[in-house]
Design a protein around this ligand. Structure first.
Ligand code: T5A
Ligand code: NA
Length: 214
């Protein structure tokens, strides 16, 4: 039996990740599929993260970064169980958002420090980066409601994602990166994503499960 594949959707706020994660998880291409998202606001750690994002709690940059990472580690056993059991995973944000949103802060922690706490997590097989211009993202529903949703920070976040992509592309064992033009209709983006995922399954489902950034 082949293992499940681990597909990660990343991007700036309001790029349409949650919409596309939902559609992909229901697509026959991914069956059987488990849908995940980070932060997972349902756990005790996730509730603290939620208070921070809603600005009802203040934490140092380092402290909240480690909580976001811990929120992924608490799901590590379940992720491995799914993949080993032949279940595909589609995930809405992961360590890449973790590093991008912290390192992009003014005088934020260094890139290597940000990456260190996520080294060794289950490695996604592919990252589908939903690429949408900042001006389009800001016209979409709800932008500006949470802590990081302002133009300056989002622009800095994009730059860190670019750096992470470049670093991954220089590594032997890293997820595949696919840039998806997310400025199109929901249906067009969905079709593109399904085609990419078919290829990822063919290439990855008979390879060992990897560890992130190692
Ligand atoms: N964060 C996260 C960290 O700092 N560290 C970490 O380690 C992690 C994991 C919350 C914040 O946490 C930060 C990053 C975030 O700032 P979240 O819970 O994922 O992260 O919440 P959001 O990212 O805020 O989710 P978004 O609001 O960004 O939205 P999505 O998922 O990108 O977009 P979606 O699908 O909800 O769509 C937004 C709107 O656009 C419409 C939708 O209907 C919706 O109204 N839409 C489209 N409209 C036109 N054309 C399309 N193609 C469209 N696709 C969707
Ligand atoms: Na957001």
């Amino acid at each position: 039996m082949s293992r499940g594949v681990f597909i990660l959707l990343e991007g700036v706020d309001r790029c349409g990740k949650t919409t596309q994660v939902g559609l992909l998880s229901e697509s026959s291409v991914m069956a059987p599929c488990e849908k995940m998202n980070f932060p997972d606001r349902t756990t005790e750690i996730g509730k603290t993260i939620n208070s921070y994002l809603k600005s009802s709690l203040d934490l140092s940059d380092e402290s909240v970064h480690l909580l976001f990472s811990s929120n992924r580690w608490e799901r590590q056993p379940h992720i491995l169980e799914c993949l080993q059991g032949g279940k595909n995973i589609v995930c809405d944000r992961y360590a890449y958002s973790g590093v991008a949103f912290t390192n992009s802060k003014v005088d934020g922690p260094a890139l290597d420090w940000c990456k260190a706490c996520d080294v060794g997590l289950p490695r996604p097989d592919a990252i589908l980066f939903l690429d949408v211009s900042q001006s389009v993202a800001e016209t979409r529903g709800g932008f500006g409601d949470e802590r990081y949703e302002n133009t300056t920070h989002q622009t800095a976040v994009r730059k860190v994602f670019e750096t992470l992509k470049t670093e991954d592309q220089a590594m032997d064992n890293a997820p595949e990166w696919h840039m998806v033009d997310a400025g199109r209709s929901i249906e067009e983006v969905k079709k593109d994503i399904e085609e990419i995922v078919k290829g990822v399954k063919e290439r990855k489902q008979d390879t060992p499960i990897g560890k992130l950034w190692s």
